[in-house]
Design a binder for this molecule. Sequence first.
Ligand code: PHE
Length: 400
Amino acid sequence: MPASPVRILAPIAVLLLSACSGGADQPKEIVVGEYGSLTGAQATFGLSTKNGIELATDALNAKGGIGGVKVRIVVEDDQGKPEEAATAVGKIISQDRPVAVLGEVASTNSLAAAPMLQTNGIPMISPSSTNPKVTEQGDFIFRVCFIDPFQGTAVAKFAYNSKQLKNVGILKDVKSDYSTGLAQYFTETFTKMGGAIADEEAYSQGDVDFKAQLTAMIAKNPDAIFIPGYYTDVGLIARQARDLGFKGPFLGGDGWDSAELTKIGGDAIAGGFFTNHYAVDDPNPVVQDFITKYNAKYHEKPDGLAALGYDSAQVLYAAMAEVAKDPKMAAELADRSSVPATEGDRKAARAALRDVLAHTVSYPGVTGNITIDDHRNAQKPAVVVQVTADGNKFVESIAP
Ligand code: PHE
């Protein structure tokens, strides 16, 4: 791998780009980065998030942007892989010099890129990464969703109290911080309540044959199987478990949220329950108004990722509008001419943005009211939904 020519060329590329992007006659714009899985095994995560962000951004720009300056989103595909997430964010930072970055969905990918944004003093908002470690990467790292100690507790309470399940098997993805964390938090609450873990088995994201683990698990006779993974793997696991004769219910977390789940899992996954951030059949007017607008633009019903992507952008734009009340800060938000990018005047604007984000209180999001707490997380209720052939149906809401 010829590392040195790349290292020599990179700063030159940055200088060339900055020389032609910051001229006085250039229209001013505010650049926001976005990284996500636009392709790969979790492609619907990135694509739905992108749609949600775009819907919020188009609406903002139609109303004149931030103080008359339009926001432009620069999106990089990371294929759902942590190494690519780090590369994508490195590229956005050096080439596009964003004032903030939105992403990722999968916690492991957010964890791969967050330290770089923290070091450069660029606020990052993850719409949907729920592992606690994500925002622990530093004071520039935020999220607008709940975290997994709560989500794991919500699944456990639903299983034990609402479904009377007392003996549950767990099949977790060891390549995913989200999956291993959620398995742990579920176990803690479920066993404290009096439930038992019949068996815990593991796989690695992208595996296609789960029969050995499932055979071992089914032999222990669990009432239900908890699969804290992502939809592609979950669909295959459900099919193979049914093929092996398992008749009980499947339980999961937000990682199930994709229209692809029932395409992959078919009848096997129908009837399963998972915790999520929002339910399409929630009558709340904020939710229904969002669904109408989203459907008009994309001709499909938004999933939770789309709703969270939308909310993350909305929270960011509300904070930008606040920062831009100071004319000097407003100018810095839009100014991309400083070289090098990470040392320019805009550092002050990004720090101001960080401070305003940290004080977000009761923002009325589609996924619930968003208040950013001292750990830069949002405390919100979860919903339990049931997978059916024609979409996910609301079952119950669980308060934080
Ligand atoms: N919470 C998951 C994670 O942290 C990502 C996710 C969120 C997936 C919402 C689907 C819906 O990895």
